[in-house]
Design a protein around this ligand. Structure first.
Ligand code: DGL
Length: 270
């Protein structure tokens, strides 16, 4: 008999980028109830220390755990790379980050064994993607590049501006030079720059969308553990620590949902 687990899936990010995970959940997990938190008051995480990222992630977990959740997706490359193990050790529920699913997808995709990783400064500094890839296969070569200007450009909605193209060109030059055939978009903001990055990397290069990879891994997990919802259509709740208007405009731009209601909360109290 099917176990209908209608409890929510918690999803969090430093800001708006994690909405690219919600977008994939609309496609692949449409029956699931979702609670999303974006830490818009404290974004970006990409230039913060590991200990700060862990501290913020714990506060968010404590907030989400008040909302009857059955699992969590860390929809942030930076928090996944710096805080996943800590959170998995601290809480007794399934927690999936974006790094491991992204690394696995890249390992499957590469033909020439040369993989590029784009991420925030804190993600690249953590070495998480490289470690995950090389743990699987020592022969693979990994070329990493921090792209600190991508997040503000995306949050501004400048997905295809000339200035964004120039920034993309500059950041990808070294990995292009290295001859990678697969590039992990290691931050959940970056799928929104996918077209531009694809044009600049060239047609033959495979781009890995970590938001999609993490959503598919959650889908497999729920199915394997009999934890899928029995609903026809899931409901979405959105919370942010600041900038509600920008959140609403941004999410209505990238999600199928017509109207997005966002509540502001004080995350510092958790
Ligand atoms: N979406 C986050 C990530 O995936 C954003 C970055 C940030 O807060 O700097 O890494």
């Amino acid at each position: 008999m099917k176990n209908m687990n209608n409890r929510k899936i918690g999803v969090f990010d430093s800001g708006l980028g994690g909405l690219t995970v919600v977008r994939e959940m609309e496609r692949f997990l449409p029956a699931e109830n979702v609670i999303y938190f974006g830490d818009t008051a404290r974004v970006p995480y990409g230039n913060k220390s590991k200990s700060k990222i862990i501290e913020f992630s714990h506060q968010i977990m404590r907030f989400l755990l008040r909302h009857d959740i059955k699992a969590v997706i860390i929809a942030c490359g930076t928090a996944s790379s710096n805080a996943l193990e800590e959170l998995q050790e601290s809480y007794d529920l399934p927690i999936i980050g974006v790094a491991e699913p992204g690394a696995s997808a890249a390992i499957r995709a590469t033909r020439n064994g040369r993989i590029g990783v784009l991420g925030t400064a804190a993600t690249i500094r953590s070495g998480a993607f490289e470690r995950l890839i090389r743990k699987e296969n020592q022969d693979l070569e990994v070329f990493s590049q921090a792209c600190p200007l991508f997040v503000p450009l995306v949050e501004e909605g400048w997905f295809r501006e000339d200035v964004t193209r120039q920034v993309v060109r500059r950041y990808i030059a070294p990995i292009k030079e290295a001859g990678v055939d697969t590039v992990i978009l290691g931050c959940t903001h970056y799928p929104l720059l996918k077209d531009l990055i694809q044009e600049e990397m060239g047609e033959g290069v495979r781009l890995i969308n970590v938001s999609e990879a993490a959503t598919l891994q959650m889908k497999d997990y729920l199915e394997e553990h009999d934890m899928t919802s029995g609903l026809d259509k899931g409901e979405y709740e959105f919370y942010a620590s600041d900038s509600i208007d920008q959140f609403r405009t941004f999410s209505e731009q990238i999600l199928d949902l017509r109207e997005v209601a966002v509540s502001k909360i004080n995350i510092e109290k958790y």
